[in-house]
Structures are given as C-alpha cells and as structure tokens.
Design a protein around this ligand. Structure first.
Ligand SMILES: [Cu+2]
Length: 179
C-alpha cells in the first residue's frame, strides 16, 4: 500500500467512527416510552433519585421485551430494575392513580395493562391506534393499601414486543403515629 492510500484508508476509518458514535445513541434515544409520574423505577434512576442504575439513566424509555413478561425489566438487559434491594422510593398516592406515560416513539398500540402481584387490575384497549406523545390512565388500586408495586405494560400492535415500567407506591397517605 502506498503512503497516499494508507492515509486515505486512515481518513476513511476516522471518518466512519464518529458517525457511529453520533448515530447509535440518537437511534436508541428516539424510541419507545415509559411512565414519568408517579415516577417509575427507570424514571427514578434517570432523575438521579436512585443511584448506580447503569445505562438505563440514558434511556428510561427503552425497557423493551417480549409480550407477556411479568418483571420490572421486561427481560431486557436492564435487570437492575427488578432488583428489590435497591431501596426504590414509593410515591404517596390515594386509591386511584393517574399513570402518565411519555412516548418518544408513538407505536401503534394494542393494549395497556396494569398488574399488582399476579393480578391484572386494569386494561385499556387502543385497538391498534397510534397514541399521542403523552398518555394518561386513571387506575383504581382496588382498595389495596400500604406499599404496592404496579407493573405497567405497553403492548405494541405491530411487533411481538412490549414496554415495561414498575411504579412503587405508598397507598393511603402517611401512617398515623400510635396514640
Ligand atoms: Cu420504540
């Protein structure tokens, strides 16, 4: 290889590398959605209320996995979200909660589901429609009180996947001090 072609080859290599660096974060950051309030686990990580969460802080909207999973990370690589030893803060709420999603990609939607334990407490059927950039659901917690973990699932209409978000709640306000 001549000196000139070595330089040309090096220039091409240098030119491509920055393109990859620029494109891949933008590609992941543009996709999907998560619950912003009450703050989901990934929102608590992204907003710095929970530390040492790993890469999820950069893309709280990217907890994507196959439909039908029943854990907080949706079998994605963000397994920290299912780590019950992380000391997840619980938002104080009443018996009915408005869950607010931020969608960075408005995928055609089959259903939105909400679970506590193994029980589905709410489902909203969008019939394949494209949602807005934000979505809000009012969900009754069915008289449950105390600390509860809600698993919310956004089922995409035209792929095999869903997006997952767990929201930790303290239901029924502050505990009364013993008299
Ligand atoms: Cu997406």
């Amino acid at each position: 290889m001549s000196m000139r072609s070595k330089i040309a080859a090096a220039a091409v290599a240098i030119g491509i590398a920055p393109l990859i660096v620029v494109l891949s974060p933008a590609g992941t950051a543009s996709a999907h959605g998560y619950i912003s309030s009450p703050p989901s686990r990934q929102a608590n990580c992204a907003q710095g209320r929970v530390q040492n969460c790993g890469d999820i802080v950069w893309e709280p909207q990217s907890v994507e996995g196959p439909k039908g999973v029943k854990n907080c990370h949706g079998n994605s690589r963000f397994s920290v979200l299912s780590d019950e030893s992380k000391g997840w803060p619980a938002a104080s709420v009443g018996g009915t909660v408005n869950f607010n999603w931020v969608l960075t990609a408005r995928h055609a939607t089959s259903t939105w589901e909400y679970f506590i334990g193994g029980t589905r407490i709410a489902v909203f059927n969008d019939g394949g429609r494209q949602p807005g950039a934000t979505v809000s659901h009012s969900v009754s917690l069915g008289g449950r009180t105390g600390r509860q973990k809600v698993l919310a699932v956004w089922n995409i209409a035209d792929t095999a996947n869903a997006f997952y978000a767990c929201v930790d709640l303290q239901v029924g306000g502050a505990k009364l001090a013993a008299a």
